[in-house]
Ligand binder design. Structure first.
Ligand code: EPU
Length: 435
């Protein structure tokens, strides 16, 4: 639902918060359930907008779904995949393409819409299409959709040009029931993908996941069955709450999370001079000393994630000296810095990076920024355009002096459940009002 946030900044966040399950794992797990006609129970599902879009996708295909909002449990069963043409969901997010494998296995053909998602670069799907062609599918680009056909998908040896999260997941879902072996080389190995692999293995899938080598081996099986699976904690939420605590000079305990999968983030927190403490029931993030400038490079896992640079950029506006962020995953993910500059930050998007090995080097993409700090941020009128940038803008407003009006809340609500309420519980002065 459209709305805006009114934020009175300058209050240190204090207290404890629980993170929800990862939306980037849960949505893929809902799609994985389409590979069986038996019931799947997925626990720890967040109540965010992308879950609603994925629910709508699966329901259009033929799933019966019930989500228990209190328990965060999703029960999903697709006895018959009666409708493989799901073109109505055009440009709403990037999940429909992942239904290609399940639909081809169950119906032999499928039509999915042109994808949407956050405006952070071109976001082509050439790796997905090349993989499906290698697995024996015929694919045709139509005006607003992709039509695919395959009597039977076959296993294939696929080397991804870049470790793409979505392409790796798509090949996994297609390979699980394909004839023969599928080998993914240079695979993405994000923990959310491992979460999906665990679910597929629980359904009877035959998958070997080698994170260190970036290799996934899938032995296609004839049939998959129902499963009880659980979604891992949302690492992006962890980072958002942690940075909100640090940027407002507060102290917040993030409950029930472990260091695993957060090492790259924790190292950066230490380098900037933030403090984190592993406690019995979670990890606490707190302010102690003024922040120090530093350089960050975003990378696929196990590196510092591209989804973390936006909130961290806000923290770097508070660090003394020149900091640099080099974005190597998406070519155009710094649009939000214009709003930070209007709030008082000193940020320059540089014409090019200095790394000749960077795949964006020499192409004049806006993928490298310099931040001079510390700056005093002032509240202002901001419009969100995507999930992570939106969250960075909210954090900036929380750290700023005075009132901010942040519109376009529906963007962050695709990725964060009840964000205003949960920040209020940490002492933030934040109200959600209708546009
Ligand atoms: N790429 C291609 N061709 C392809 C696929 C990807 O060139 O066929 C490029 C992309 O353009 C990009 C890079 O490869 O430059 C990485 O893209 P990837 O496929 O890994 O991204 P994705 O699967 O579309 C997911 C998350 C993103 C997250 C990225 C990277 C979901 C729904 N989205 O996107 O999350 O930033 O992986 O980790 O899982 C978010 O949650 O806000 C978000 C944008």
């Amino acid at each position: 639902m459209e709305g805006k946030l009114i934020i009175e900044g300058g209050k240190p966040l204090k207290g404890a918060v629980e993170v929800r399950g990862s939306k980037n794992a849960a949505t893929k797990m809902m799609v994985a359930s389409l590979l069986t006609n038996e019931e799947c129970v997925i626990n720890n599902v967040p109540l965010s907008g992308d879950i609603d879009i994925t629910k709508e996708l699966c329901e259009r295909i033929g799933s019966r779904i019930s989500i228990d909002a209190k328990m965060h449990t999703c029960v999903i069963q697709t006895k018959t995949a009666s409708n493989p043409i799901v073109t109505e969901l055009s440009r709403r997010n990037r999940i429909p393409i992942l239904a290609l494998g399940p639909l081809l296995h169950r119906k032999g053909f499928a039509e999915i819409p042109v994808l949407g998602g956050c405006p952070i670069g071109h976001r082509p799907i050439n790796f997905h299409l090349a993989a499906f062609k290698k697995m024996g599918a015929f694919i045709e680009r139509r005006r607003h959709s992709y039509f695919a056909k395959a009597e039977k998908l076959s296993g294939a040896d696929i080397r991804l040009p870049f470790p793409s999260v979505g392409a790796t997941e798509n090949i996994l879902l297609a390979g699980a029931l394909a004839k023969g072996k599928t080998h993914i080389r240079n695979a993405a190995v994000e923990p959310e993908i491992e979460n999906l692999v665990e679910m597929l293995k629980g359904m009877g899938g035959n998958i070997t996941f080698n994170s260190a080598k970036r290799e996934i081996l899938i032995g296609g099986v004839k049939k998959l069955h129902g499963v009880k699976a659980s979604v891992m904690p949302d690492r992006n939420e962890v980072v958002s709450f942690a940075v909100a605590a640090l940027a407002t000079k507060g102290s917040v305990l993030i409950k029930d999370i472990k260091r695993d999968y957060l090492e790259a983030f924790l190292n950066v927190v230490e380098s900037v001079g933030g403090v984190f403490r592993v406690e019995k029931n979670g990890i606490r993030f707190l302010y102690k000393n003024p922040y120090k400038a530093m350089d960050i490079i975003t990378q696929p896992h196990p590196g510092f994630m591209t989804d973390w640079q936006q909130p961290f950029c806000v923290l770097l506006t508070q660090a003394k000296g020149f900091s640099y962020i080099h974005e190597t995953v998406y070519e155009d993910r710094f649009g939000y810095t214009n709003d930070l500059v209007r709030m008082g930050a000193d940020i320059d998007v540089l014409p090019d990076c200095e790394d000749t090995a960077c795949r964006f080097h020499g192409k004049h993409f806006s993928h490298y920024v310099r931040i001079k700090g510390p700056s005093t941020l002032k509240g202002g009128k901001i419009t969100m355009q995507d999930i992570r940038a939106g969250m960075a803008q909210v954090i900036a407003a929380l750290a700023a002096k005075g009132e901010s009006v942040v519109s376009g809340v529906e963007h962050i609500e695709r990725g964060y459940e009840n964000i205003d309420e949960r920040l209020r519980e940490l002492g933030a002065q934040i109200q959600r009002v209708k546009e």
